[in-house]
Design a binder for this molecule. Sequence first.
Ligand SMILES: [Zn+2]
Length: 256
Amino acid sequence: MHNRTLLKLLAVLLTGLLTWSCSGEPRAIHQTSTLDALKAGAFGGVITVEALERQGTLGLGTLDGLDGELVQVDGVAYHVGMDGVARAARPGATIPFATTVRFAPDASRRLQGQGLGLALEDVCRVLDELAPDPQRFAAARVRGRFSTVEARSVPRQLPPYPTLAEVLPRQAVFQLEQVVGDMVGFRFPEHAQSYGVAGWHLHFISTDRTRGGHVLAATLHDGIARVMTVDRLELYVPPDLPKAAGGSAGGAGGHP
Ligand SMILES: [Zn+2]
């Protein structure tokens, strides 16, 4: 009897180990294409929304043709168009650039702003405190009541594609006020800045999932910040990427 229980336990452990190894590294950030390629105009979709939603639960990016901003929260990817309106992204829609992770935070902190609230810089400082090693990747989710969120979206392009820097002057900027929602995103270390944005890159979506965009500025009234530190990057480099114009990231290229 005792032996049989032991065998059962061993079988359960073995199954668990096999499942774990077959499902791959659970704490990896999945990066589709590179920031350098996006800056150079690689706007054509290379994976589907459905595939992205299998890779991770929290993410950001853009859609085929640089069509607006993508925000993924609780597993669901949303598309924010030039009108600032968020809609669930079509499962078959394609994505030229995205970052996603199976979000499992390992640090969190309650935030309470004074007066007008905590500025975005202050929120990012807290996120850095929760993931103190700047050489490591991090993912974050800040859920709360925002006094203001300045968000933007970008207009869809047709091939032959321009560079990102050529499109950004035509971005649409939205001012959201007294909005409850989630700010989600990633911090790539400087040594990985040709793949993703060095420092915090955050997208926003309201709790009713109707408004959002790439975060330019914000003030947080109160909320909770959760951070996951990650050491593994799974990079998908699609074939036929354009060469980066003018070298690596940083400078005039801007953020996706
Ligand atoms: Zn962005």
